[in-house]
Design a binder for this molecule. Structure first.
Ligand code: DQA
Length: 142
């Protein structure tokens, strides 16, 4: 089974972007860790990143069309703003797991509302790159 791992705006800069908040691992590092664990679990990872909101909508729809087992989604700042991403999650039967490197609830108040979280099956936040791996462990048990 395939798991889509979708990443939103500015996550291409991981490694150099505010490392005190997001850590020094790159998105490629995280992809490598996910692929190693997925192999053990007999799962396939399809990892993508875009700075564009509509790409996330397209990819959530594509996950369902391709019969993906689940979507692991770090929507970045669109988490807090995007009705379109919220509606896309609601619009598919594919389970979507919200992940964040940081803990948005412990940060600025504009990060305290998650439109993604209001549509997602569950949320894992605050564990850095490990958030993604924990989401994969959850998905493997579905
Ligand atoms: C983030 C948290 C968001 O608030 C922020 O806009 C990001 C990254 C995280 O992974 O901690 O871009 O999704």
């Amino acid at each position: 089974a395939t798991i889509f791992v979708l990443n939103g705006p500015n996550l291409n800069l991981l490694g150099t972007r505010e490392p005190e908040i997001y850590g020094d691992e790159t998105l490629d590092d995280i992809a490598g860790q996910l692929e190693d664990r997925a192999r053990e679990l007999d799962l396939t990872i399809d990892m993508r990143q875009s700075n564009h909101e509509g790409h996330l909508v397209d990819w959530i729809q594509e996950a369902q069309a391709r019969g993906a087992k689940a979507v692991i989604l770090n929507a970045g700042a669109f988490t807090h703003t995007s009705v379109a991403v919220h509606d896309a999650i609601k619009g598919v039967k594919t389970p979507v797991i919200e992940v964040h490197l940081s803990n948005p609830h412990a940060r600025e108040s504009f990060r305290h509302v998650s439109l993604v979280g209001q549509a997602a099956k569950g949320t894992i936040a605050g564990f850095g790159a490990l958030s993604y791996l924990l989401a994969l462990e959850a998905v493997a048990r579905f």
